[in-house]
Design a protein around this ligand. Structure first.
Ligand code: GLU
Length: 377
C-alpha cells in the first residue's frame, strides 16, 4: 500500500500546537484564517474534519497579564478557564469567514476512560459531522487537573485517541518541526527528514526522550506515542510543519510533506478503548493463567495471585504488565476470590451472583497486540 495515497480519505483529524498557532507570543489570526480556508477546502473535497487545538492556557495567561511559563497547576487551570473561550472566539471568527460552523468539545481523561461516555462521545461527534459542523477539541484543562502538565497534558495523544475514537483514517499533527528526523537536526547537520516510518520502536522513543539526543524539538515522545495509539486504530499519521504552504491539501493529495507513519491492522473499537484506557489497578496472575489468556481463554479466579489498587466492576485493569482487561469484579471481590475455583464464586459473594469469568476473551487485550481484526464493536 502506498502510505502517501489518501485518495479514499473520508475522515481526518488535524491537531495544531500552540507554537504553530502563535506568532510573537500572540495568537496569529492570519494563520487561523489560512487554516480555516484549508479545512474548508478539504471539506469541499468531501472529507470530514475534526480539529484538536491547543492554546487555551497560553491565551489565558496572556489575558491575565502573566508573563513567562505558568507552571502552578491551579494557575494553569485558571488560565485555561480564561483562555478557552477566547480561543473559541478566535476559531468562530476565522471559521465563519471560511463558511464553517465550529463546535467546542472539551474532554477529560475520565470521559475517555469510561466506556459509556466514550461511546456517547462518539455519537455526539458523529451527529456534529452529519450536521456539517467542525468539532474543535481540547482538553478540559480547567477541571482535569491531572491532565495539565502530568498524566495526560498533551494534545498529541489526545488527538490520537480522538482519531481512534472516530475511526479517522488520517491524523495530521501540525507542529513546529518538519517531521521525524534520523537524528537531532539541531545538532546534526547530516540529520535526514524521513518521509516514511513503519512502526515506532522502543529505540525511537528512547532516542526522542533522552536529553541531548532528542529527535526534532520537544514533544517528539508524545508524538511517537500518538503514532502508536493511532496505528492500532488503523490510522496513519503525518507529522509536518504547520507553517508549510497549503500543508493539509498537499498531504491529502499525496505530496511528500513531513513524515508519514504507517498504520497497523485495525483493532476492534472496544479493544482500542481497553488498550488506551488508564488502568485503575492490577491483577497479578500466575504463569498458567497468563498463558491461558494468551490462548484466548477466559481468566478464572484460580489463577489470581494478588490484586492491587481499588477498582470497580467494569473498570479497565492491568494483568501483570502484559495485558489489560475489563474486570467483571471489583478489587474487593477479587481479593476474596483469588485462588478459588469458579464454582465457589456465588458462595463467596452471596447467592444470586452468576458472574463466572473475570473477563471474557474479547474484553482482554495484550499490550503489544495489534492482530485483532476490526469487527465494528
Ligand atoms: N490543552 C492545552 C491548552 O490548550 C495544551 C496542551 C498541549 O499543548 O498539548 O493550552
Amino acid at each position: 500500500m502506498d502510505q502517501r495515497d489518501f485518495s479514499g480519505l473520508q475522515r481526518l483529524v488535524v491537531k495544531v500546537g500552540t507554537n504553530v498557532l502563535s506568532r510573537n507570543d500572540r495568537l496569529d489570526r492570519e494563520y487561523l484564517q489560512e487554516l480555516a480556508a484549508q479545512i474548508q477546502h478539504l471539506r469541499g473535497r468531501g472529507i470530514e474534519v475534526c480539529l484538536v487545538t491547543s492554546g487555551a492556557i497560553g491565551l489565558g495567561a496572556r489575558e491575565l497579564g502573566l508573563t513567562g511559563r505558568v507552571s502552578d497547576i491551579v494557575l494553569r487551570q485558571a488560565c485555561a478557564a480564561v483562555g478557552q473561550p477566547i480561543l473559541m472566539e478566535e476559531y468562530r471568527r476565522a471559521f465563519q469567514a471560511a463558511g464553517i460552523l465550529p463546535a467546542q468539545v472539551l474532554l477529560t481523561r475520565e470521559v475517555l476512560n469510561s466506556r459509556s461516555s466514550y461511546v456517547k462521545l462518539r455519537n455526539a461527534v458523529e451527529r456534529l459531522l452529519e450536521l456539517g459542523v467542525v468539532p474543535v477539541f481540547n482538553e478540559n484543562d480547567s477541571v482535569s487537573v491531572s491532565e495539565i502538565g502530568s498524566a495526560f497534558g498533551d494534545n498529541d495523544r489526545l488527538s490520537a485517541l480522538i482519531a481512534s475514537k472516530v475511526d479517522a483514517e488520517l491524523l495530521i499533527l501540525l507542529s513546529d518541526v518538519g517531521g521525524y528526523y534520523s537524528s537531532d537536526p539541531r545538532t546534526d547537520p547530516e540529520a535526514l527528514l524521513l518521509s516514511r516510518v513503519d512502526g515506532v520502536t522502543a529505540e525511537m522513543t528512547a532516542a526522542a526522550g533522552s536529553a541531548g539526543s532528542m529527535v526534532g524539538t520537544g514533544g517528539m515522545v508524545t508524538k511517537l506515542q500518538a503514532v502508536r495509539i493511532a496505528a492500532s486504530g488503523g490510522c496513519r499519521v503525518v507529522l509536518a510543519h504547520g507553517r508549510e504552504e497549503r500543508v493539509l491539501d498537499r498531504i491529502v493529495s499525496g505530496e511528500e510533506v513531513g513524515t508519514v507513519f504507517s498504520a497497523h491492522r485495525r483493532l476492534r473499537n472496544k479493544s482500542r478503548w481497553i488498550l488506551h484506557s488508564a488502568p485503575r489497578g492490577r491483577i497479578v496472575v500466575d504463569a498458567g493463567a497468563l498463558e491461558a489468556i494468551r490462548n484466548h481463554k477466559s481468566l478464572l479466579p484460580r489463577g489470581i495471585v494478588s490484586v492491587e489498587g481499588t477498582f470497580e466492576s467494569g473498570d479497565v485493569v492491568l494483568v501483570n504488565e502484559a495485558a489489560k482487561l475489563v474486570s467483571a469484579f471489583s478489587s474487593r471481590e477479587l481479593e476474596r476470590l483469588a485462588g478459588l475455583h469458579s464454582s465457589q464464586i456465588s458462595t463467596v459473594l452471596g447467592g444470586a451472583d452468576d458472574r463466572k469469568l473475570i473477563a471474557r476473551p474479547e474484553e482482554m487485550v495484550f499490550l503489544e497486540d495489534d492482530g485483532i481484526e476490526e469487527s465494528g464493536v
